[in-house]
Write a protein that binds this ligand. Structure first.
Ligand SMILES: Cc1ncc(COP(=O)(O)O)c(C=O)c1O
Length: 361
């Protein structure tokens, strides 16, 4: 491959748009005449404050975040929110509803049990997480402090195609692996959170969009750094925020705007995913176990049914210039993560590779 960039199908951290990397590269030693890199700036400096404010404003505009919602730029990873959400919200009634549709919602569910009574509102474990429960399959408690779900299951390749109706119970949603890939009605949520390392920025930034009125009811032993109120009151600057990642997010948001914003990105990503599913479904060798109406546009899982052939596929895919197509260790098979930054050309080439492998094996 020499110095060429590869088509990187990593589940995260994953590809960033080339235009973003090039712009960051051009500005890396001297950001817009400041004489320093964004990596070297005080987070309290005027120059950085502008980057911060602009990035926040761009995200608010792109996602159409309504008044009454705060955008937080935190550290700790999406996993920190598995504790932060219950610590801050469960105090209201002591109860919460969780839908477990994969690995990360299961971790969140187990974590929340430390802080209150957790009702398993739905689980897709009965079919190895190959489907998303319907609204009718959700057992909701009207007294829950909140309802929790994970919008896209990165490992199992499933994605919620609807926002659950909870009759006024606030929704907490982990959007780590599909945020910014489609428009969402933020007003339907209490909290949206995401680790940045798939569709937003490098690892190290956790974005939280929170309805402000939900903050301030934390359990008394909530650590300072896990209190949404601390971060809201100081506009995410209680301590040092992940400055570099926030800057890159700003560049990614500019790039998204140039692609037609979220409606534009939705059309592009859906086209890429559909192309891949069509090739898998019409092959002799490959299958995707996920039910059709639950399939993820971000993480496409597939397999041949033979561990040896899967291994051969992965090996040959690397030789052909693709990386990270091996499925997660817990499920095996293959997984193509095709987030926003994966060019359509990368998916087309992967489709050609799958077709050729199907023919030759
Ligand atoms: C849906 C989802 N939630 C949470 C996480 C955990 O994120 P982090 O590593 O930022 O804690 C991941 C990581 O892949 C994920 O895919």
């Amino acid at each position: 491959m020499g110095n060429e960039r590869v088509f990187n199908f990593s589940a995260g951290p994953s590809m960033l748009p080339l235009e973003v990397l090039e712009r960051a590269g051009a500005e890396i030693t001297n950001y817009q005449g400041s004489g320093m890199s964004v990596m070297e700036m005080s987070h309290r400096s005027k120059v950085f404050q502008k980057i911060f404010d602009d990035t926040q404003a761009k995200l608010r505009k792109l996602m159409n975040v309504p008044e009454g919602y705060k955008i937080l730029f935190l550290q700790g990873g999406a996993s920190s929110q598995f504790s932060m959400a219950p610590l801050n919200l469960i105090g209201k009634t002591g109860k919460a509803d969780y839908a477990v549709t994969g690995n990360f919602s299961n971790i969140a569910y187990k974590e929340a049990k430390k802080y209150g009574t957790i009702n398993l509102a739905a689980s897709s474990a009965d079919k190895n997480h190959t489907y998303i429960p319907t609204q009718e399959q959700l057992t909701l408690d009207p007294e829950a402090s909140y309802f929790y779900y994970c919008a896209n299951n990165t490992i199992y390749g499933t994605e919620w195609q609807y926002v659950p109706e909870t009759n006024g119970v606030p929704i907490v949603c982990d959007m780590s692996s599909d945020i910014l890939s489609r428009p969402v009605d933020v007003s339907k949520y209490g909290i949206i959170f995401a680790g940045a390392q798939k569709n937003m920025a490098p690892a190290g930034l956790t974005v939280v969009i929170i309805k402000e009125e939900l903050a301030g009811q934390e359990l008394p032993y909530t650590p300072l750094m896990m209190n949404y109120k601390t971060m809201i009151d100081k506009d995410s600057m209680y301590n040092t925020p992940p400055c570099w990642c926030i800057y890159i997010l700003g560049l990614v948001l500019d790039w998204l705007e140039s692609k037609g914003g979220l409606p534009g990105m939705e059309a592009i990503k859906h086209g890429k995913a559909q192309m891949l599913y069509d090739v898998i479904d019409s092959s002799r060798l490959f299958t995707c176990a996920v039910e059709k109406d639950s399939r993820s546009d971000m993480n496409v899982v597939f397999r041949t049914g033979s561990d040896e052939l899967d291994a051969k596929f992965v090996k040959e895919s690397i030789e052909a210039g693709f990386t990270n197509l091996k499925g997660h260790r817990s499920v095996g098979g293959m997984r193509a993560s095709i987030y926003n930054a994966m060019p359509t050309e990368g998916v087309e080439k992967l489709c050609d590779f799958i077709k050729a492998f199907d023919k030759n094996n």
